[in-house]
Design a protein around this ligand. Structure first.
Ligand SMILES: Nc1ncnc2c1ncn2[C@@H]1O[C@H](COP(=O)(O)OP(=O)(O)OP(=O)(O)O)[C@@H](O)[C@H]1O
Length: 335
């Protein structure tokens, strides 16, 4: 079977859409939520094996002696995507970082379990993590400049991933890095390869970071507010790119966004978080069309003015009941 980057590159070379490759299995929806959350009906589990299982994960700040994330559940099979939305500080990034094994100092997973490709991550050694990151699970965060080294040409940074993770020789790593820059729709990839971060725009840097993140053909990509800082046109292009990777290569996506339109466009399932709780969870279309929790309704109301309904098909989104609540406080991110 062709690797992820080979498939991306093949597609890029053809520069045309192809049909799904069959690896995009039906999502296995657990139907589970936090104990306080609204629960959706469970669909029968899909036959495909999960690449990522997050089960009742709890994260605590050990310095403060406080649980911050109170139980997150979701399962991803190849080619499927889950979105995590919610107010600032609700635990979205901590959940992602726990999945990547990079929680900040003092923070620990104090309950539940996380399995990547069937492997419980709790007992992994640092060598095992090194093998897993990039090759099986990868991530793109906001602010790409802070994840790239300003004193090394961006292409060399992608080549390095290819040399370390795929054991490629210098010349082949360079060739594949340029192909990857092409695959993320950067014009003149050879030029970009030889440039430094200060020479590139935010949108270009974000694409470079995505190219680096997918270089080693991961099975799971975590995109945490990866398009938030970009202008709408560039954001749309990057979302298309992620959707394309997902459909064509079976990449499983965890997408954190404050933007419900982004989640509506890209995700099969959505988790709505507030104050460390998953208050609502289910198939994206269902949650956004028929929200059960007041906070979800608030989020939707906040986004309707930005044209969320255009991503939800022809049906209008349920009108939100917002009278009793100060939405500006409830949805701090949008302030
Ligand atoms: N490195 C850290 N040190 C101290 N506290 C932290 C750290 N990272 C997160 N927290 C705290 O943990 C809680 C959850 O943070 P997290 O970053 O997961 O929120 P979030 O939902 O991703 O928010 P945002 O949308 O603003 O990124 C917050 O109260 C935050 O202040």
């Amino acid at each position: 079977m062709a690797t992820l980057s080979e498939k991306v590159l093949t597609k890029s070379a053809r520069n045309s859409k192809t049909e799904q490759n069959g690896s995009g299995a039906e999502v296995e929806e657990t139907g589970a939520t936090s104990t306080t959350g609204a629960t959706r009906p469970v669909r029968p589990a899909a036959p495909s094996t999960p690449v990522l299982s997050v089960r009742d994960v709890r994260i605590s700040d050990q310095a403060a002696g406080q649980e911050i994330v109170h139980g997150v559940n979701f399962t991803l099979t190849p080619g499927r995507s889950v979105g995590i939305v919610g107010e600032s500080g609700s635990g979205k990034t901590l959940t992602c970082r726990a999945t990547l094994g990079i929680l900040p100092a003092h923070f620990e997973v104090t309950g539940g379990s996380i399995e990547i490709d069937g492997q419980d991550i709790s007992g992994l050694s640092s060598a095992q993590w090194t093998a897993l990151r990039g090759a099986t699970i990868s991530a793109v965060f906001q602010d790409p400049a802070s994840y790239l080294n300003p004193s090394i040409r961006v292409g060399a940074q992608i080549s390095e991933v290819l040399k370390v993770k795929k054991g490629l020789k210098r010349r082949e790593a360079r060739r594949q890095a340029i192909d990857l820059l092409h695959a993320v729709h950067l014009r003149d990839p050879e030029l970009v390869y030889s440039q430094y971060t200060y020479e590139l725009s935010g949108g270009m840097l974000q694409r470079v970071l995505i190219a680096a993140a997918i270089a080693a053909d991961p099975r799971i990509l975590i995109a945490d507010e990866a398009t938030t800082a970009l202008d709408v046109t560039v954001q749309a292009e990057i979302l298309d790119l992620l959707a394309d990777l997902r459909e064509r290569t079976g990449l499983a996506l965890v997408l954190v966004s404050h933007d419900l339109a982004v989640v509506a466009q890209l995700c099969d399932e959505v988790l709505v978080m507030r104050q460390g709780e998953v208050v609502e969870q289910g198939p994206t279309h269902e949650v956004l069309h028929n929200p059960q929790h007041e906070y979800t309704r608030l989020l939707i109301a906040e986004h309707e003015q930005y044209g969320l309904d255009k991503f939800l098909g022809t049906d209008a989104v349920e009108p939100a009941k917002t009278d009793a609540v100060d939405t500006a406080d409830a949805v701090k991110e949008d302030a």
